[in-house]
Design a protein around this ligand. Structure first.
Ligand SMILES: [Zn+2]
Ligand SMILES: [Zn+2]
Length: 61
């Protein structure tokens, strides 16, 4: 109960850090592009995919 978890968007640690201009390069280190299901569970996610914009750039258009 030390830190309140932010609940807005799901970002990986890398991309969360990359929000600060000094750490912009961290976007490239994020490899959390897929949901990670919890083993032996039905549809429960251990880790949700990172929703940072930097992973969306490709398609669209
Ligand atoms: Zn990012
Ligand atoms: Zn990311």
């Amino acid at each position: 109960m030390t830190i309140a978890e932010p609940e807005y968007v799901t970002l990986s640690a890398e991309c969360a850090l990359a929000k600060q201009s000094a750490y912009r390069d961290m976007h490239q280190r994020c490899d959390q592009r897929e949901d990670i299901p919890l083993p032996h569970s039905n549809g429960i996610l251990l880790q949700e995919r990172c929703k940072c914009r930097c992973h969306r750039q490709r398609r669209t258009r």
